[in-house]
Design a protein around this ligand. Structure first.
Ligand SMILES: [Zn+2]
Length: 704
């Protein structure tokens, strides 16, 4: 049986809820808004949500449900995932034997009904409810913040990170864990991990502040702000991290340490997890440990071939003390592992005592220090010595007891490696006096001290020659002459290096080989100045000189050597974004007059603007300036608006910046393509300034 029903708009006009003029306006607005006409009419305030609902119910013969009055079972969220509910604008109400009852706001959405039927494998019994009530229910019952949803929607889906199975965490039952697998928080954690690893982050800091939670990555030694996550969901975020790393999710007053294992592109990656309660909540630091690094060779960390040869000779000695020094984060562990990798063979018993064990090495016995169980450096070292070791690595020498045992061991047939926290190689000697070692013991056991730092390596993709200013050269004139450096390089900044101009790091060294004469001087307790002079007489290079060799080879920059070896500047870059007074809008268009026009309009309306003339520039400015919104033209040379939008969306750092695309009039194809690429809205050219402004304000408001 078939009956002709009146169209919705005809009924609205007939009932005098809307006049023809308003209908025309609504239709105009509907173009480009991608909304059903009833939503546009309600949004424009012509018809109330309640009246519209009644008309819809009449026209489409669908009963209305009052969600506010419904007694909703919290388990209904298991029927349909959050994404699906959000995408189709539906909220599940009941799971009945024959069908699933749900609320929807658009009764004409046949596709949604068909899709949902397939998904739940049952028939669907739909009820009408207002769009806003459905949205409220979704947020309430799925516990998710809208901005988070938008972020996850925008960022290219990346399922390449998988959490390796770890035993069930304390205080959580298995079913809850399974249910959590598909929750937005779980996805957020995954997205952050894969984004961080892809961007070469060595640490991920998650820091609760007063109004939001800041996520930062450390890349090449520098911390960089990446995104803010809403405070409301932070407890779930921390709980997820705790589950992954087998920590107690009920404990939030004490520091906790743990480990988690994840798979990224078929590569196993370890995470060292540290959680500390701070004023606004628990701060989480995840250290990313790539097991590949335990296989690093001496020649790959930055030593010259001559230096590698010299060290390899020393490492084949049957006994002696070898020290690596430098502040935290200077790459000492890599050097020690490379050294162990070299000395390691089947004929040797190698034991390490570490706190913590960073990388696991095949063929090496590694001991984790645990003072709670009386496994300290000193006690372990005593035990280890009873097991006939050839090579011992003592993670750090902090106290006289450990120092005493380690140094004596290095005189009695053991090759011992260890680290100290000192600024330069010679300073290690006085540090050892301070710890309480006798001069003769130091003089007779130490064979080599390496002080090291890490300098950033110029990005190979944007490396270019430049002429340094006199002031920049001044500190290094001697080395420049001595090494005959004529060409200087630095990175201009490109997509590959996150516009920093650097990609990766390498070490620079001060290598202090203890000659017979130096040993005599130490026995006589000679001053550091005298020891330094003697070391330099026999060819020891300073850190700055070692750094300048890297400059001569075009590996690093004057700026880096100055920062690391001359002034010892703190490593955190002063690039923190301060709160802006006016929103900053990035306008991207290759046509000068359009850019200027938009900029003028926006400035008058109280915005700050910056301009880019193509997609490549837009991408760079998005990363460097973090604008609050981007206006993006489609057709541009070098990189078009679609590609730029896609790339901006693929990085967490820029993924949540709203983008308004400027399309050619009537080009429906590019509208779809724009939205697919991740644009939030589009507006056809030639555009009406007031309309563009309204769209921009709406998007900024939505972003908050
Ligand atoms: Zn680059």
């Amino acid at each position: 049986m078939r009956f002709v029903r009146k169209s919705l708009t005809a009924v609205l006009v007939e009932k005098n809820l809307i006049n023809n003029e308003q209908l025309r306006e609504a239709r105009q607005r509907q173009q480009g808004a991608k909304l059903p006409i009833q939503d546009v009419i309600v949004e424009m305030g012509f018809v109330s949500e309640k009246d519209m609902l009644e008309v819809l119910s009449n026209v489409f013969q669908m009963p209305i449900v009052d969600l506010k009055g419904e007694n909703i079972d919290a388990n209904v969220v298991n029927l349909i995932s959050y994404d699906i509910a959000k995408r189709y604008g539906v909220f599940p109400l009941r799971n009945e034997p024959e069908n699933v009852v749900l609320a929807m706001s658009n009764p004409q959405d046949i596709i949604a009904l068909d899709d949902l039927k397939l998904l739940v494998n049952k028939s669907i019994q739909p009820f009408l409810a207002s769009k806003s009530d459905i949205a409220i229910c979704i947020e309430k019952y799925y516990h998710v913040d809208d901005s988070l949803y938008d972020l996850l929607k925008n960022i290219a889906e990346d399922s390449s990170v998988e959490v390796a199975a770890s035993g069930s965490a304390k205080g959580i039952v298995q079913s809850e864990m399974l249910q959590a697998e598909c929750s937005p928080v779980v996805r957020l954690v995954k997205v952050i991990l894969s984004d961080a690893i892809r961007n070469r982050a060595t640490d991920i800091h998650v820091e609760p502040q007063e109004n939001f939670v800041e996520v930062r990555y450390r890349i090449d030694g520098y911390l960089k702000n990446i995104l803010k996550i809403p405070t409301e969901m932070y407890s779930q975020f921390v709980a997820r991290i705790k589950i992954m790393s087998n920590l107690d999710i009920a404990e939030n007053k004490k520091p906790q340490d743990g480990r988690a294992e994840i798979m990224f592109k078929n590569r196993k990656i370890d995470l060292r997890v540290s959680i500390i309660p701070t004023y606004y909540g628990e701060k989480v630091v995840l250290r990313v440990l790539d097991p590949q690094k335990s296989k690093i060779e001496l020649s790959k960390i930055g030593f010259s071939p001559v230096e590698v040869g010299m060290m390899q000779t020393l490492f084949t000695r049957p006994q002696g003390m070898i020290l690596v020094t430098g502040p935290t984060g200077s790459g000492k562990t890599s050097t020690l592992y490379a050294a162990l990798g070299f000395v390691k063979n089947e004929t040797k018993n190698i034991v390490t005592i570490e706190d913590p064990i960073e990388y696991l090495m095949d063929g090496v016995n590694q001991i984790q220090v645990n003072p709670k169980r009386d496994v300290t450096f000193a006690t372990s070292l005593r035990s280890v010595l009873r097991q006939d070791p050839d090579v011992i690595l003592v993670g750090e020498i902090r106290d006289s007891e450990t120092a005493e045992i380690a140094f004596k061991a290095s005189l009695t047939g053991h090759l011992v490696f260890s680290t100290l926290h000192t600024n330069d190689a010679v300073a290690s000697i006085s540090r050892l006096y301070d710890i309480g070692l006798e001069a003769y013991l130091i003089a007779s056991s130490v064979v080599l001290i390496i002080a090291q730092r890490l300098v950033r390596v110029i990005c190979p993709d944007c490396k270019s020659e430049y002429v340094p200013e006199a002031q920049e050269r001044a500190k290094f004139e001697q080395s420049i002459k001595k090494l005959n450096i004529e060409k200087f390089y630095k990175g201009k900044g490109c997509k590959e290096c996150g516009f920093s101009g650097y990609f990766g790091r390498t070490a620079i060294f001060e290598i202090f080989q203890l000659s017979k004469k130096v040993q005599d001087l130490i026995s006589q307790k000679a001053s550091a100045a005298v020891l330094t002079q003697e070391a330099r007489n026999t060819g020891m290079k300073s850190l700055a000189e070692s750094g300048m060799e890297k400059v001569a080879l075009g590996i690093s920059t004057l700026e880096e050597v100055a920062r690391v070896a001359v002034v010892d500047m703190p490593i955190d870059a002063p690039e923190q974004k301060t709160k802006r007074e006016k929103p900053l809008i990035l306008i991207t268009d290759d046509e000068d007059n359009i850019r200027k026009l938009v900029a003028m309009r926006l400035k008058t309306a109280g915005f700050d603007t910056i301009e880019a003339i193509n997609g490549v520039e837009a991408l760079e400015m998005a990363v460097r300036n973090h604008p609050d919104l981007i206006v993006m033209d489609v057709m541009m040379p070098l990189m078009d608006g679609f590609e730029a939008t896609k790339q901006i969306r693929s990085k967490l750092e820029t993924a949540s910046i709203p983008i308004v695309m400027l399309t050619a009039k009537g080009d429906a194809n590019s509208e779809v393509q724009g939205l697919d690429a991740g644009a939030d809205d589009y507006i056809a050219k030639p555009f009406d300034g007031a309309r563009l402004l309204a769209r921009i304000k709406l998007l900024l408001k939505k972003k908050g």
